[in-house]
Ligand binder design. Structure first.
Ligand code: HSE
Length: 308
């Protein structure tokens, strides 16, 4: 295979209380990487489209090329390299796993070009290292972007994860207010220590979330999207978050929280009609606070990075 075109989806990380340990892939939105084998060493990034000129073309700084380079090194490829083109479908600093989608697409492209049937899961470490370059060491965006579905990160050292089967139909409403939050800054804003009672509450809710996914039980999932540690700190970075969340609850969502490190907000529901109504209610709440906002209705996708 000499050239590939790979799509990798957006993702919702944390899913409320599962800070750095839980995430799911989204349907229909993501980034695209076009890649081809070239003579010469390493990875070259030739073009980035739809980023407004904001992302680095330096291959050592872009998650797509860093992830591809990591895969080449893992596979021990020396005499050949890769030329990459990145097409951003996701807004930057949005909480939708934009850098993670690029990393997953870059890693999978390299695996397809040189991997000879290698297992996709083997590229996860490369994606996590790439994400570390852009926004800090965490796997809860890159794992679902690469593998699809719902993924639990059980451990970081060593990296270990569990793919959680989930097949119930659940809609995901995403509303992104017109501000940006850099994940690195949103991580730096977090407390280094958390109260024991909060830990107990969040641990119970993460366990309930995992049970809810395994049991295909949207009501349990919704109830467990209750984060008493990270959301109260990060909501201060999102004007109108409390009002938007209240609007989502009144419009009938199962559960609602910050998507990743924000500013996007996600809410789950069981019908498309409700999902759309939630989007409108949250958008209006942000508008009332003087912030424009865009809304999308998606769902949890079982597919991660894939050829187009
Ligand atoms: N778990 C990461 C965080 C996800 O919340 O910082 C970033 O999208």
């Amino acid at each position: 295979m000499d050239d590939v075109k790979i799509f990798a989806p957006a993702s919702v990380a944390n899913v409320g209380p599962g800070f750095d340990v839980l995430g799911f892939a989204l349907e229909g939105i993501g980034d695209i990487v076009k890649a081809r084998r070239v003579t010469g060493k390493g990875v070259r990034l030739t073009h980035i489209h739809n980023d407004g000129g904001r992302l680095p073309l330096d291959p050592a700084k872009n998650t797509a090329s860093v992830a591809a380079q990591q895969v080449l090194e893992k596979l021990g490829i020396r005499g050949e390299g890769i030329e990459l083109e990145l097409e951003k479908g996701l807004p930057l600093n949005s909480g939708l796993g934009s850098s993670g989608a690029s990393a997953a697409a870059g890693a999978y492209a390299a695996l397809k070009l040189f991997g000879n049937g290698q297992n996709k899961e083997e590229a996860l470490e490369a994606c996590v290292k790439a994400e570390g370059v852009a926004s800090g060491f965490h796997a809860d965006n890159v794992a679902p972007a690469l593998l699809g579905g719902v993924v639990l990160i059980r451990s970081y050292t060593p990296l270990d994860f569990i793919r959680i089967p989930f097949s119930a139909s659940v809609y995901v409403t995403l509303v992104k207010p017109d501000i940006e939050i850099r994940t690195r800054q949103a991580r730096e804003a977090l407390p280094r220590k958390v109260p024991l009672a909060g830990l107990v509450k969040n641990t119970g809710n993460v366990a309930a979330l995992v049970s809810g996914f395994f049991l295909n039980d949207p009501a349990t999932i919704g109830k467990a999207i209750d984060d008493c540690l990270i959301e109260p700190v990060r909501q201060k970075l999102i004007p109108g978050f409390r009002e938007a969340k209240q609007a989502a609850i009144e419009a009938g969502c199962l559960g609602c929280s910050i998507a990743g490190s924000g500013p996007s907000v996600f809410a789950l529901s069981e019908s498309k009609k409700t999902a759309k109504a939630i989007g409108e209610a949250m958008r209006s709440a942000f508008t009332a606070k003087g912030l424009g906002a865009t809304k999308i209705v998606s769902c949890i996708s079982s597919f991660g990075a894939r050829s187009m």
